[in-house]
Design a protein around this ligand. Sequence first.
Ligand code: 5GP
Length: 112
Amino acid sequence: MTIFTKIIEREIPADIVYEDELALAFRDINPQAPTHILVIPKRPIARITDVEPDDEALLGHLITVCREIAEAEGVAESGFRLVVNNGRDGGQEVEHIHVHLLAGRRLSWPPG
Ligand code: 5GP
């Protein structure tokens, strides 16, 4: 069980900004931008490399949730970045797929 499952089950606190039957979104504890929200499926899939065709609707739903959150946070027009880190070289620390929604400042490219 990862820390994100504990957040889903309310075993540890988080600043939750969105929830439905499939997804949860909460503010990153170590924000890298003025808006830094993690959007996760409630069903724990460890990595992108574990994704199966049956997961497509769930993962697509996460993008719709990101759009709704971007609008709610007031960054839909100014812009934002969605990031999914995968594995060691991708910088993934928590083995539960999550989409980082980053916004509120001009983000550089390429990423570090
Ligand atoms: P990753 O490096 O796996 O893509 O991202 C994991 C993210 O989870 C990091 O940005 C980290 O700050 C965040 N994080 C780790 N533990 C917690 C926690 O207990 N609460 C919250 N809100 N974020 C966490």
